[in-house]
Write a protein that binds this ligand. Sequence first.
Ligand SMILES: *[C@@H]1O[C@H](CO)[C@@H](O)[C@H](O)[C@H]1NC(C)=O
Ligand SMILES: *[C@@H]1O[C@H](CO)[C@@H](O)[C@H](O)[C@H]1NC(C)=O
Ligand SMILES: *[C@@H]1O[C@H](CO)[C@@H](O)[C@H](O)[C@H]1NC(C)=O
Length: 694
Amino acid sequence: MARMLNSLALILSIVCFTLLIPQGTPAPFLFPATQSTVLPEPSNFFTPNLLTTPLPTNSFFQNFALKNGDQPEYFHPYTIRSASSSLSLSYPSLSYTSAFISQPFTPDLTISASQTSTFQDPNNNHHHVISDFNDLSVTLDFPSSHLRFFLVRGSPFVTCFVYTPTAVSISTNYTILSSSSSLSSDSNTKVTIKLENNQTWLIYTSSPIGLTDSTTSTLTFGEFSGIVRVAVLPDSDPKSEAILDQFSTCYPTSGAAVLGKPYTLGYKWENNGPGDLLMLAHPLHLQLLSHATVLKDFKYKSIDGDLVGIVGDSWVLQPKPVPITWHSVGGIKENFYSEIISALRRDVEALNSAEITTTSSYFYGKLIARAARLALIAEEVACLDVIPSIKKFLIETIEPWLEGTFSGNGFLYDAKWGGLVTKQGSTDSGADFGFGIYNDHHFHLGYFVYGVSVLAKIEPAWGAKYKPQAYSLVEDFINKGKLSNLLYPRLRSFDLYKLHSWAGGLTEFADGRNQESTSEAVNAYYSAAMMGKAYGDTQLEATGSMLAALEIQAAQMWWHVREGGNKIYEKDFTRENRMVGVVWSTKRDSGLWFAPSEAREIRLGIQMLPISPITEVLFSDVGFAREVVNWTLPALHREGEGVGEGWKGFVHCVQGIYDKEGALEKIRSLKGFDDGNSLTNLLWWIHSRKLSKV
Ligand SMILES: *[C@@H]1O[C@H](CO)[C@@H](O)[C@H](O)[C@H]1NC(C)=O
Ligand SMILES: *[C@@H]1O[C@H](CO)[C@@H](O)[C@H](O)[C@H]1NC(C)=O
Ligand SMILES: *[C@@H]1O[C@H](CO)[C@@H](O)[C@H](O)[C@H]1NC(C)=O
């Protein structure tokens, strides 16, 4: 009997286990293949084994894979540039006005081999090769110099592996005021140099090597193979040098992020050498880190705020959970339904009569998501009779993109980098805002994914039929894996060290990657979570939710500028700006890609749109809402230029967070709306606000 019960339990557990397996992702759907005429050639930089897998297109080392590969990238705390078989580092200082902040690249030290071999790479260039990359690191090889650099983000040391006996030299444009050698812990050699710019650099080597030559601009070491590590001495703490000495022996070779449990992001570094690993955390890391050993006085400065020492080769980061709901989080009182319903009836009627003229993946996506909002609002205010007509619109607008029958544009698959491009974008790098060179993917696709998710919710049979296509849209930007049989690179836009997304794509920029609209990035991950909900895919929902949560906290940290502030930015900049226009890796701009900095209503609007239930989490700080509207209002009366009604709508949305009545009055008198917005959606937002005057 007991045995029978046991085997019954076994059968039951097998059954339960089978039921618990999330409905697997469908067999991958491939949009028709294209040979883009505008994409750069990855084989110029990536080693052949990496070329067989999808490649990153918005990454922290993207400049290293474009054109000559010689524009700098930011590996907190250093900006690093690779050129002519040597690597230059800068511990950058800030330059700023009230309109921008930047960290221009001025090389402090350059590491090279004093003689390069006759090795020639196949392309006859003396540049680096990318031999490995991971979420938090990239490995650059200089075959002609026998040097391999493990560039790991947040490492206070830059680590170089000299893999064949080679004479290494370190040179600078500043006069070397003094240099001294000593034995550090574990009898490694340490050389200290003081430069005329007041920086002190520490050079550690894994075994003693002699200085063969030292001039006022160059140190040359004897032939050596092993590890060389270089760090600037921060002046924050008198103990800094002892700390660097202590942690000089354990070096990271790569770093990965682990997206495991809900709302938990892990970091795990591979490292070598004795001792513990020392890495640096930026201010958002410090908010999210649990159980870390923090060296709070060991600090480097950075455009992103102070970077603080953390001991250990794994971290756990936990963002604040966010609600992932189809409808407003707090609900709407029934006495407000009628005003929303009358706007809804008019907006739905207009849906099927207006002809769509755009073929742009961005503007088309916005129209789809706008209509999807109407369906969800109709559910929320119990006006179900308009839903069939919205459904018809969604089917007619979405299907042609999924079927490849949309005339004028559509999605194609590029196997070179691994990802979707648009038809227009496959021959024109400027079309669809650069979608064909992997710019803005999460923005455009986020709108499509939202529309598809809502349609799959209200018409499950349609959802089931198009699930393979739906997944190919969402996986283009939120693929979690890194296996060779996958079609898309891991997390195309999301930066797992900075904890927000980048747009930018495959364009070389001196300031690194950039992102303008954080709200459209939030929309992308929120929409991915909604797709997970629509298909009962808890993994997709969990990944989308966590990335939305992180993107929101990063937006509040680096885009939303509070008056009293978190003091990340310089006083002059903080005084004039409540909202950053564009965040770059090494710059903050008050201007936008498409508008000057005076257009504050656009600066606010582009960080607000599209309005959906997640917007209230992004703008959860009521004090900030008040400050940013107060700052924007004077711009609504700018002389000489028309301020768009569409943009005003977003300003009044933010106003509605603390002044519901005042905002409602303004919204009722608007004469137009952003193409992704509607009166229905604005009224839904205002009437779902709880506060009337705060
Ligand atoms: C000196 O500055 C120039 C111009 O920025 C740069 O190209 C060069 O690499 C620098 N040299 C060193 C040794 O850093
Ligand atoms: C270096 O420090 C000295 C003394 O504090 C100061 O006078 C000088 O301006 C500094 N130089 C630079 C380039 O920062
Ligand atoms: C609103 O802006 C004015 C200047 O335009 C400023 O003096 C005032 O302190 C601001 N009030 C709030 C609540 O931010």
